[in-house]
Design a protein around this ligand. Structure first.
Ligand code: SF4
Ligand code: SF4
Length: 178
């Protein structure tokens, strides 16, 4: 094949690609004018400390397992003993809870290890911060997100832990029925 015919063939193919895409519907999301769809398994949002939907008590028992497992070492929890919970989930609480979001790699280990499903990932865009302090998630901010989840549970990310637990509970139901 001569050089000229190779150039012509390449040019025709390139124009063909251009024309094909010219008539395609654009896939650009017009964020923020229209809300951006966020996948169910999105991990890049923020975190929340959940509350018991019945009694509104904190689910966090201050056990510090999330602190120990976090590979980035960005969680710190201080335990305090208090009044026994009305829902029977013990009498220990997190006196303080800090999660430094700027170094989080969304590995989800903290969510998986939590024995009371207290820390969860939230499927929403994290509000931008203007300072490093804005990225420190304190207990108060995490609880605020937990309150939001009571109203909009669909915002909770479908993380590996949730899926494994759902699968195990389905297995247990199946075994009980057989
Ligand atoms: S998801 Fe973030 S906070 Fe949780 S264990 Fe991983 S790095 Fe730590
Ligand atoms: S969030 Fe879960 S793992 Fe972390 S301290 Fe609270 S109960 Fe323990």
């Amino acid at each position: 094949m001569s050089t000229l015919s190779a150039v012509l063939k390449g040019t025709v193919r390139a124009f063909g690609t251009t024309f094909r895409n010219f008539f395609r519907k654009p896939i650009t999301e017009k964020y923020p004018r229209s809300p951006r769809p966020i996948p169910r398994r999105w991990r890049g949002g923020t975190f929340a400390l959940t509350l018991d939907p019945e009694t509104r008590e904190e689910n966090c028992i201050g056990c510090r397992l999330c602190e120990y497992i976090c590979p980035s070492q960005i969680i710190s929890v201080k335990l305090r003993k208090g009044e026994p919970r009305a829902n029977g989930k013990g009498a220990t609480y997190a006196e303080s809870f800090h999660l430094n979001f700027q170094a989080c790699m969304q590995c989800e280990l903290c969510v998986q290890v939590c024995p009371t499903d207290a820390i969860v990932m939230v499927r929403s865009l994290h509000p931008a911060g203007a300072s490093r302090e804005d990225l420190i998630l304190t207990k108060e901010r995490l609880i605020q997100n937990g309150v939001r989840l009571l109203e909009q549970p669909e915002l909770q990310s479908e993380t590996t832990g949730n899926r494994i637990r759902a699968w195990m509970s389905a297995q247990a139901t199946e075994e009980a029925g057989s």
